[in-house]
Design a protein around this ligand. Structure first.
Ligand SMILES: [Zn+2]
Ligand SMILES: [Zn+2]
Length: 392
């Protein structure tokens, strides 16, 4: 096969076929185009203001590592004047988080950014290892996700920071859109598509600068920029329903490469039609799944991502054009894996007008919640009932 020329510069040899539109690009053009698209997202959504202090939710995984690297680059190139800090959560998962935190510590040096690490044990009195010891592996990602969401906010508050950016990508958002659509939960669909949540009612704002970036392109970017990230899967299983949505999207993508962005855009359009205005701040709504095992590679079916990373690493970069990966399995679906949360019990089976939620504060911890008690406190109450007879 003769070497293909980059469609953008018409000079260099193409080494990347963009999963998004199948454009064939050289390394330099791919990196430039990827960064320009994130810059466009940031500018068109007015994500930042000059002088803003921003915490990057950093797990050591590819998404947040790419986010930190791109934000550093764009901050310097376009003079955003942001004060960037890495904020990491230590869930207390031996053999997984220990190593990924080492990666974040190296990133802090590489990107010359301060790093703050907050532990679940200090925030909740439980490490994830202890949670799994108590409840087993079923549904533990729900706990992890709910705890993580509050942990980032609390960590940001201790640093006096009011804006946390996370590495959620287009695949994550598309999965969440589909999950909420399949559950018939339009208010939550509306919140999950927002690039910014919180800020008005909650004093910590969340945003997703990589919202329109494909996961596969994030892997390619990390590869071609030779970024240092942690690429072992979370040892606890991903949520079953999300896994199913993910497989569905991957299958759609095979016949229609734009499927992921199409779903994201459809979600945004549906959100505009949903009477849930101004309620984008509920702390609990993204907890489920969004960023649960948020770091590394839990998002692609089977070992797809691991294979893709292995193939990008093994191939000399002028030979890495082909990025099509075949899935080697469908995630197991087990009804028992789905943990029921109070928010869902509220929903009626009967069709009817979409309900508006009112947000108050959790009676236990004061965190913003649509229920009397926030999801984290509800989960903690369950856990503490089941706590083995040990004192810590
Ligand atoms: Zn080029
Ligand atoms: Zn609470």
């Amino acid at each position: 096969m003769p070497p293909t020329t980059c469609v953008r510069c018409q000079a260099n040899k193409a080494v990347v076929k963009r999963p998004k539109n199948h454009h064939k690009l050289c390394r330099e053009c791919f990196i430039t185009v990827f960064e320009d698209e994130v810059h466009h997202t940031i500018i068109s959504s007015k994500l930042f203001y000059p002088g803003e202090k921003v915490a990057i939710g950093a797990s050591g995984g590819k998404d947040s590592t790419v986010l930190a690297s791109v934000l550093k680059t764009l901050n310097e190139r376009h003079k955003y004047e942001l004060d960037l800090v890495l904020l990491s959560i230590d869930e207390g998962i031996k053999g997984y988080r220990d190593d990924s935190l080492e990666t974040v510590k190296r990133n802090a040096v590489q990107y010359d950014m301060p790093l703050k690490i907050v532990g679940y044990d200090e925030l909740y009195g439980w490490t994830m290892d202890q949670v799994v010891e108590t409840i087993g592996k079923k549904g533990n990602c729900t706990y992890c996700g709910v705890f993580r969401r509050q942990a980032l906010d609390r960590g940001a508050k201790t640093l006096g920071i009011k804006h946390v950016v996370t590495g959620h990508n287009a695949d994550d958002v598309a999965e969440t859109v589909l999950m909420n659509l399949l559950r018939g939960d339009l208010p939550r669909l509306s919140r999950s598509t927002s690039i910014v949540t919180g800020g008005s009612l909650n004093d910590v704002k969340r945003s997703k600068p990589l919202k329109y970036a494909y996961e596969k392109e994030i892997v390619l970017y990390a590869h071609h920029k030779k970024l240092d990230y942690f690429s072992t899967e979370c040892i606890y299983s991903p949520e079953a329903f999300r896994g199913t949505a993910r497989s569905l999207i991957k299958n759609l993508e095979k016949v229609r490469p734009s499927a992921i962005l199409d779903i994201v855009r459809s979600g945004e359009d549906m959100a505009r039609l949903t009477p849930d205005k101004g309620q984008g701040a509920c702390a609990c709504d993204e907890g489920e799944g969004m960023g649960g095992c948020g770091s590394a590679n839990a998002r692609m079916p089977g070992n797809e991502l691991a294979q893709m990373e292995a193939s990008t690493r093994d191939q000399p970069s002028d030979n890495g054009l082909e990025t099509e990966i075949t899935s080697n399995g469908t995630p197991k679906v087990n009804e028992d894996d789905v943990v029921k949360l109070p928010v869902r019990q509220r929903r009626s089976k009967e069709p009817g007008p979409v309900q508006l939620q009112t947000l108050g504060k959790c009676v236990k911890c004061g965190y913003m919640s649509s229920q009397a008690m926030c999801q984290a406190c509800t989960l903690l109450e369950n856990l503490n009932k089941n706590r083995p007879e040990i004192s810590i």
